[in-house]
Design a protein around this ligand. Structure first.
Ligand code: PLP
Ligand code: ZN
Length: 417
């Protein structure tokens, strides 16, 4: 299925990788096999291309064209994609705020932006001949890995906290992955993968411990600039757990500038966290370069429950050099914004996306942003993947409620007269 699409849509020249480059010590590593982290300092690796060659071959996509993230094939690694139609998601103008745009990632396969990174990582894994992939996940990355691994005929071994949204567990199992639920956080899951991977022969596709998920997620940066007529917005709001999308978008901006696809001032990058798990926000406020482990992390925005992001220093550096900020919101504010957007915009956001909309309200209130600033907010996933967690947060328990009065503010079962 995917190669059929590839045959008709990816005719242009794709980019040859020259090397992987360490984000911390700039060490260059050969790309003749799939690599994890920098062999000298364990820093995350970036995929690098020969930019002067790309300046001759890379082409800005034409209107129409391929309707997935592979429309940017000329700036993506030369690979036969394992695709389920990820990317090229809508950018929606808010009905209430004229300068506010929502990048709606819910339309991706598996209902979240995680599809972009996993489509790329699994495509490259197949390209390099890998057969067994493993990942710890806050939930949605697991679903995406399971789907793309199934499409590629590759084994997926997934470890996630036992209280992830039910949808994440279900999709892992339904796609045929080996799913283990862990009584702990994503950091505990990561430790298990780390301990077992060598013996089991797994390749670890953990957040920022391999270079290609960033490469897939960078397409969000290309898309938002293209959808705004090849211009930058003033600010981008990104719900930040591990920070892959934020790091990917910043890479995209750098590449686009080198290719002459966009000019002007880059957007302020606004990293958004939940107050129940806000290691990056804390570090930002303290002026620190890295974060500390956030103890007793807890929030219904499960994708933000990353107590110590591996790439914390990259997130902090990008936010600071963009003139942006880091904001964290309590779950009550996140839920209120989720319901606000449901009722006034017709969009059931993920809790992570609603953290970003709540952060927008907050930064307008504080005056950090003005209402006429052009802003893009990422709704990173569909609220429908969180039915159990949102229902819980709203106090809806269908099976316990037998009958309720006809007019009731939240749900319940009504007995017809
Ligand atoms: C819906 C959603 N939004 C945001 C995030 C955070 O993503 P990142 O790790 O790129 O910061 C996640 C991670 O699981 C997620 O599932
Ligand atoms: Zn290094």
């Amino acid at each position: 299925m995917d190669s059929l699409q590839a045959g008709c849509c990816y005719a242009e020249i794709m980019a040859s990788i020259t090397c992987f480059e360490c984000s911390r010590c700039q060490n260059q590593v050969s790309a003749d096999s799939y690599k994890t982290v920098c062999p000298s300092c364990a820093g995350p690796l970036y995929v690098r291309y020969d930019i002067s060659a790309l300046q001759k071959t890379a082409v800005r996509p034409v209107e129409g064209g391929n309707q997935s993230m592979w429309r940017y094939a000329s700036v993506l690694p030369d690979v036969d994609p394992v695709t389920l139609g990820e990317g090229w998601t809508p950018i929606l103008r808010s009905r209430r705020f004229a300068h506010l745009y929502l990048k709606e990632e819910a339309t991706n396969p598996t209902g979240t932006f995680k599809a972009r990174g996993m489509a790329m990582a699994v495509s490259m894994a197949r390209h390099y001949g890998l057969k067994k992939l493993a990942a710890p996940s806050a939930g949605n990355a697991a679903g995406a890995l399971a789907a793309y691994a199934a499409a590629a005929g590759i084994e997926a071994h997934i470890f996630m906290p036992k209280d992830v949204p039910l949808a994440n567990y279900l999709e892992g199992v339904a796609y045929g992955a080996n799913v283990t639920l862990v009584d702990g956080l994503i950091s505990d899951c990561a430790r298990i993968v780390q301990e077992r991977k060598e013996k089991e022969g797994w390749f670890d596709v953990s957040t920022l411990k391999e270079p290609f998920r960033v490469e897939g997620k960078k397409t969000m940066g290309y898309e938002l600039v293209e959808q705004l007529g090849w211009t930058y917005p003033d600010a981008v709001f990104y719900p930040t757990g591990g920070g892959v999308g934020l790091i990917g978008m910043w890479k995209a901006f750098e590449e686009m500038e080198q290719l002459g696809w966009v000019r002007g001032k880059r957007p302020k990058m606004i990293a958004v966290q939940a107050s129940g798990c806000a290691p990056v926000s804390r570090a930002f406020q303290q002026g620190a370069k890295t974060s500390q482990m956030f103890e007793n992390a807890s929030t219904f925005a499960s994708g933000l429950r990353v107590p110590k992001p591996y790439g914390d220093f990259m997130i902090l550096d990008i936010v600071r050099s963009s003139g942006g900020t880091v904001v964290d919101l309590p779950d009550e504010k996140i839920l209120a914004s989720l319901l606000d957007w449901s009722r006034h915009e017709g969009l059931l956001l993920s809790p992570e996306g609603a953290a970003a909309t709540a952060a927008y309200d907050f930064l307008i209130e504080t005056g950090f942003l003005r209402p006429d600033d052009r802003v893009v907010i990422f709704n990173t996933g569909s609220g429908l993947k969180y039915v159990d967690l949102i229902a819980d947060a709203m106090g809806i328990r269908r099976n316990e409620v037998k009958t309720l009065p006809q007019r009731t503010p939240v749900g319940g079962i009504i007995t017809p007269q």
